[in-house]
Design a protein around this ligand. Structure first.
Ligand SMILES: [Zn+2]
Length: 62
């Protein structure tokens, strides 16, 4: 298991095959090619990418 790139928390729940949810900071994480993509769930249920806030090596699975 990995830690959340946003809060470094370990309370990550699996919500799909490659999708996870951080219960600490309420962001959705998805994994592709060992890279974590970070999304915020908006009030209307849509997702907006937060990847720009992180360096690529912060998003790599260690
Ligand atoms: Zn988090």
């Amino acid at each position: 298991m990995f830690t959340c790139p946003n809060c470094q928390g370990k309370e990550i729940g699996k919500i799909g095959t490659t999708q996870y949810y951080c219960w600490n900071c309420f962001i959705e994480l998805s994994i592709a090619d060992d890279l974590i993509s970070v999304h915020q769930v908006e009030e209307d249920g849509s997702l907006s990418s937060l990847d720009d806030l992180f360096e690529e090596d912060e998003r790599k699975l260690s």
